[in-house]
Design a protein around this ligand. Structure first.
Ligand code: MLT
Length: 444
């Protein structure tokens, strides 16, 4: 009997273990062969090069950390805010959340274009009523709006970008099918107009000498170069676009960093711009809302497509179809940003980051580099004397454990430059400058 029991147990164990082995083998086989669906891949995605820039920087940083677990990384990489949301603005968010817990205050879906009060306050406080509240569309951020604008423009238009530029303009042009393949030599996509911006032209394109584009993406204060467009440059841009029937998408996400008197913070300060310009903007960098998410896009009533259709009509269609309105909690925070108290808090935050930019800028100048930006902008753009920007990025990561962004990540025109972001705690900026000084110190 005992023998029989042992036999049954052994055969049971053998059965279980062979079932397990078979199952595991089958798992290995299916995962090795990995079934494909019969759905064809969108060929435009195959044209994109590697991953999106900022996750790629994160991946390299993590790879370094995995190999050097004791590394004390300082990040001057992605432009992500680090200072806490100040009390008045925070109280707006808290109020928005608390209201949802009361019968009277509860709200479900809101208007896709945003809360009326917020649209009015954006128009009056930030634009001095140069645009009307109906022209303001609130959203979850400028980046998301840029991709929705590309969807609205579709695959038949040609985009013009400053080179270097915020990578979202080019990558979304590729995704919606506006481009051909990348040219491996020039590192440029076919059918995008790359407009060189470098120290020799003051980081401002010579539009007249370049092929025509339908839609120009212009960012001021500029990411990544930190350059700021003057009133004269913007006035000429508006008349150039009128003359050739183009549209400007003006990215003003860093407008509150402008401290030089007379420099336009919005394209609508330029006469005639409402017939040619869309403006995208966001509270991310204004008020530490990178994680909270609240932006807006202005589409003026006067802006029309070639067949006379108001662009606003199609933009409204895009927003009502693909977006359910910014979160009501967040919009309550947005209203607080636009109060007098909120505006003072914004100024204090911007002062803080501008002081960081000054610290970084002065350090690099002291070390003998040519430095751009960082006065009316949170980014400084450092010239590398002909050195490769990815190599310098890796060299600084490995030698100083400071994360920066290689200029080439913003387009071929960024090669030979390194971007440093002032969105960091003060002590991180000071620490980074100490390490740079140590690393670059001249042998005595
Ligand atoms: C940047 O680092 O360029 C930006 O902060 C990223 C973004 O705003 O999407």
């Amino acid at each position: 009997m005992r023998f029989l029991l042992i036999c049954i147990t052994v055969s049971f164990l053998v059965h279980i273990s062979s079932a397990f082995t078979l199952g595991a083998a089958r798992y290995v086989r299916t995962s090795a062969l990995s079934m494909s669906s019969s759905v064809k891949r969108n060929a435009n995605f195959g044209k994109l090069q590697a991953g999106y820039l900022f996750p790629e920087i994160g991946r390299r940083r993590n790879e370094y950390l995995a190999k050097n677990p004791n590394a004390e990384i300082v990040s001057l990489g992605i432009g992500d805010t680090t200072q806490p949301i100040p009390p008045h603005i925070l109280s707006g968010l808290v109020k928005g959340a608390s209201q949802l817990g009361t019968k009277e205050g509860y709200s479900g879906y809101g208007a896709e274009q945003g809360n009326r009060m917020l649209r009015e306050k954006i128009a009056s406080t930030l634009y001095n009523d140069l645009i009307g509240p109906d022209e303001v569309f609130c959203s979850d951020g400028a980046k998301c709006d840029i991709s929705r604008l590309q969807m609205m423009f579709g695959s038949e238009v040609t985009s013009g970008v400053q080179d270097p530029s915020y990578p979202v303009y080019v990558d979304t042009s590729v995704m919606v099918g506006q481009t051909g393949l990348i040219n491996d030599n020039t590192k440029q996509f076919e059918n995008i107009v790359y407009m060189p911006c470098n120290p020799s032209n003051g980081f401002w394109p010579d539009f007249e000498s370049l092929p025509r584009a339908d839609v120009y993406y212009i960012c001021s204060p500029n990411n990544p170069t930190g350059a700021v467009a003057t009133r004269d440059q913007l006035t000429k841009l508006v008349s150039f676009c009128k003359k050739q029937g183009s549209i400007v998408v003006f990215d003003a996400a860093y407008a509150p960093f402008i401290r030089t008197p007379g420099v336009p913070k919005s394209i609508y300060e330029i006469e005639g711009s409402k017939e040619v310009a869309i403006e995208v903007n966001s509270f991310s960098k204004y008020a530490g809302f990178t994680g909270v998410r609240l932006g807006w896009t202005i589409v003026p009533n006067d802006l029309k497509f070639s067949d006379g259709t108001p662009v606003r009509q199609d933009w409204n269609r895009v927003m009502t179809t693909t977006f359910n309105g910014a979160s009501n909690i967040v919009q309550s925070g947005g209203l607080a940003i636009l109060d007098d108290e909120g505006q003072k808090e914004v100024e204090t935050l911007i002062d803080y980051y501008l002081e960081n930019a000054k610290i970084l800028r002065e350090c690099m100048l002291e070390l003998g580099f040519k430095v751009h930006g960082g006065t009316d902008a949170p980014y400084i753009f450092v010239e590398l004397d002909g050195k490769s920007s990815w190599d310098t990025f890796s060299e600084l990561l490995e030698s100083t454990q400071v994360v920066t962004i290689p200029g080439a990540g913003f387009g071929p025109g960024g090669e030979g430059f390194l971007r440093m972001s002032a969105f960091a705690p003060r002590e991180s900026c000071i620490e980074a400058t100490k390490r740079f000084k140590e690393y670059y110190k001249k042998p005595s």
